[in-house]
Design a protein around this ligand. Structure first.
Ligand SMILES: CCCCCCCC(=O)SCCNC(=O)CCNC(=O)[C@H](O)C(C)(C)COP(=O)(O)OP(=O)(O)OC[C@H]1O[C@@H](n2cnc3c(N)ncnc32)[C@H](O)[C@@H]1OP(=O)(O)O
Length: 251
């Protein structure tokens, strides 16, 4: 009897959580669409809570209601490419595990912030659709990474356009995962980015990163940012990542 009651309570708690999550997603989608409406100036006070409470249980790289048709389409295309094993989907958990392991191994003197103060990594701190929406795919044999990225209204620089800092953040994050998967834990030593065309907020871009050369602890990479139809080249970057010297790193 008691077991039955417990099961009922668990099911109803699950139902309310799922409903809450669904309503939050819809609200985020509506806010994003509102912000993208022509001629509308979107004051920050209308944003509502922009931070998202992070749950390590949820895979934020999977499609959510804020994703546009283009992003969904590309995501499913890449998931298909994963079927023969040439490409692999990188889940949120894998990204978090990489970060956690890197900080455990290298920065013993740095205290991670408490979850309550700081929900997650920069790219995951925004409500659905308002910041960084992305999914990544890795090709081990070709030493390549692809990141499908849709930047939301909180990443605005000039009106209606993505901020260059947000673009390089996403490029840096993608290739940092590539270099770490290629030779172990690395950090960005430099990244030189050239912005060729502005990226409209809410549009979907494809970040392609590849390893050009490895010299001992140094990984040289190049990357590009294209439109989903590959017709527009938005940015190009070259960068150096250095494998962490675990004996030396203390801070
Ligand atoms: C898993 C995903 C997590 C998401 C994170 C996203 C990525 C990031 O944002 S990382 C944050 C930004 N980056 C940083 O904060 C890094 C700060 N810098 C550092 O900690 C160090 O300088 C670091 C680790 C890059 C290199 O330091 P260290 O391990 O002591 O290497 P060091 O011995 O000085 O240099 C190694 C080699 O790299 C070269 N090198 C290092 N930095 C540079 C540079 N900026 N330009 C050119 N060459 C460089 C050196 O000349 C040397 O070359 P060689 O072996 O031929 O003599």
């Amino acid at each position: 009897m008691r077991e039955g009651l417990r099961a009922t309570l668990a099911v109803s708690a699950g139902f309310w959580c799922a409903l809450g999550e669904m309503l939050r997603s819809c609200a985020a989608r509506l806010r994003m669409l509102g912000a993208l409406r022509k001629d509308e100036h979107w004051p920050a006070r209308n944003l509502g809570p922009a931070l998202r409470w992070f749950s390590s249980e949820k895979d934020f790289c999977l499609p959510n209601p804020s994703w546009s048709e283009d992003l969904r389409h590309l995501f499913h295309q890449f998931m298909k490419k994963c079927e023969d094993g040439s490409w692999t989907y990188i889940s949120e958990k894998e990204m978090l595990d990489l970060q956690k392991k890197a900080s455990e191994l290298s920065f013993q003197n740095v205290k991670p912030m408490k979850k309550k103060q700081f929900p997650s990594t920069l790219t995951r701190n925004f409500q659905e659709g308002l910041g960084f929406e992305y999914a990544m795919f890795y090709n081990k044999d070709e030493r390549r990474i692809v990141c499908l990225f849709q930047g939301g209204p909180l990443l605005q620089g000039f009106p209606g356009l993505l901020h260059g800092g947000a673009i390089v953040t996403m490029v840096d994050y993608s290739i940092s995962i590539l270099s770490t998967k290629t030779i172990g834990f690395t950090m960005t030593a430099y990244i030189n980015i050239t912005y060729k065309r502005p990226i409209p907020i809410g549009s979907v871009v494809v970040i392609n990163g590849q390893v050009d050369k490895i010299e001992e602890r140094k990984v040289f990479l190049s990357s590009s940012v294209h439109s989903a139809d590959e017709k527009t080249l938005y940015s190009e970057a070259t960068s150096l990542f250095v494998q962490l010297n675990l004996e030396k790193s203390e801070t």
